[in-house]
Write a protein that binds this ligand. Structure first.
Ligand code: SF4
Length: 456
């Protein structure tokens, strides 16, 4: 069996499963957020009754992160609906925007968008917060009401996005009927060269197979090159499995996975036991491809979908209006480090927005020093508009007052993960997906640029 089949077999209580089987699997974690949480709660109450209790309080994780820092009253209200449900059900894992469990959330627009407006429990973007808060464990099944839930496949688990109806059912029963996906294998070899990042790996892969090339399939990343990839790198790659239509993305378990997971469950006091899955000799793949990391170059996915792959150096004629770094995919500490490496001592020439994915990343950037300056200050000095309000922000557009949202037609290079028309705001805008290094180089040049031109 493949890694994905092994996890699904175990979660279904079977000795083996094959691609195409329909099996009931037990969920280890159900995650929801402010956009889909209220709908999921509505389905749960409608189907299981007003006084129903969730199947397992310890396995539900609720992370408001999407439409938070906006004066839109309906969006603010969604956070309150989550809080009311958490209290009713006594759920231990709720990463609220405010500290007062009896309070209501109201964003104060008069304080601006840059200074933080959240309390001590707020965790930021769900997919980045889940591992930071100790909720990703090898060998487990994670369902989330968000398509990029597949990011947790970096931790050797089966993680996939589901809709509100399915999530309401999981809340009531802890189970879901899953068709076992076929597995595509991506054997990773070599090491990334300077100026090339994990984002380039997944943009290359999607360019090879197309934005529907992995539809309802597992994307398994293994091979000797994986060892050179950090956990942040693996998260970036697994995150975008869905951009090729994948059911999930999954990595092998190794010492790096163990070190990260063990540190995080210890730090947060979450469940520390887990059983990883390992590869065996009887894997059946529907597709195999080798990716030599050392041959990859800075890569861009052009408007209007993540499969429109070009090399950054081929696009130097494309002038830009805006640059953006942030999201679960591209707003991690390591992303900002590579972004700052290019920008240090230089200035951006177009509007450039920086949105860390989580408050922990804000803290990292404000406390890590390069010489006299913090990383945060280096980015401010370069002209980047940095917000402390960690969250999804303009990655998916959001209400019109969202930080970094494109409210007029423009061209933007972005470290985010999705570029279908209208994704970051205006329907006539064009979004070019790229690594944080390529976004930084392009922000300096005012056109799409290869970051290797700026490496010191
Ligand atoms: S940062 Fe973007 S891709 Fe990630 S969860 Fe938020 S909206 Fe979705």
């Amino acid at each position: 069996m493949t890694l994905t089949e092994k996890i699904l077999a175990r979660a279904a209580g079977k000795s083996s499963v094959s691609a195409g089987d329909n099996v009931w699997v037990n969920a280890d974690v159900l995650m929801t957020h402010d956009v889909c949480g209220p709908g999921t709660i509505g389905v749960f109450k409608r189907e299981f009754g007003k006084n129903a209790k969730v199947w397992d309080r310890q396995k539900v994780v609720i992370i408001p992160d999407h439409y938070i820092f906006t004066a839109d009253s309906k969006s603010n209200r969604n956070v309150d609906i989550l809080r009311e449900f958490v209290q009713e059900q006594s759920l231990p894992y709720f990463y609220d925007v405010i500290d007062d469990p009896k309070g209501t959330w109201k964003f104060d627009a008069t304080r601006g968008l840059l200074k933080k407006q959240y309390g001590s429990n707020y965790a930021g973007v769900c997919h980045t917060a889940l591992p930071q808060k100790g909720h990703t464990r090898p060998g487990e099944v994670l369902f989330g009401t968000d398509s990029h839930t597949c990011m947790a496949g970096a931790f050797n688990e089966f993680a996939t996005g589901i809709g509100n109806t399915d999530a309401g059912f999981v809340l009531g029963t802890g189970k879901l009927l899953i068709k076992v996906p076929e597995t595509m294998r991506f054997r990773i070899e070599g090491c990334l060269q300077p100026g090339v990042m994990a984002k380039d790996v997944i943009l290359h892969v999607i360019g090879e197979i197309g934005f529907d090339g992995a539809t309802y399939r597992a994307m398994q990343f293994d091979g000797p090159g994986v060892q050179s990839l950090s956990m942040d790198d693996r998260m970036t790659i697994a995150n975008m499995a869905i951009e090729a239509g994948g059911k999930n993305g999954i990595f092998e378990f190794d010492a790096r996975t163990q070190e990260y997971v063990d540190a995080r469950v210890r730090l947060n006091g979450t469940r520390s036991t887990y059983t990883p899955v390992e590869r065996d000799k009887n894997e059946k793949f529907v597709f195999e491809m080798t990716v030599d990391l050392s041959k990859l170059e800075p890569t861009v996915a052009c408007h209007p979908d993540p499969g429109q792959r070009k090399k950054a150096k081929e696009l130097s004629g494309i002038k830009l209006d805006r640059a953006y770094i942030g999201s679960c995919t591209g707003g991690k500490t390591s992303d900002f480090v590579e972004f700052a490496r290019i920008l240090r001592g230089r200035r951006v020439t177009i509007d450039t927005f920086g949105v860390p994915a989580t408050p922990e990343i804000v803290h990292d950037l404000q406390s890590t020093r390069w010489g006299e300056s913090t990383l945060w200050q280096i980015l401010l000095d370069a002209g980047v508009q940095m917000t402390e309000n960690a969250g999804c922000s303009a990655c998916l557009g959001g209400p019109v007052d969202t930080f970094g949202r494109m409210n007029t037609p423009m061209k933007c290079i972005s470290a985010t993960n999705r570029n279908f028309p209208g994704r970051m705001g205006h329907k006539e805008s064009q979004v070019f997906l790229a690594s944080p290094a390529t976004v930084a180089a392009s922000a300096i040049a005012g056109r799409i640029a290869d970051p290797r031109e700026y490496l010191q």
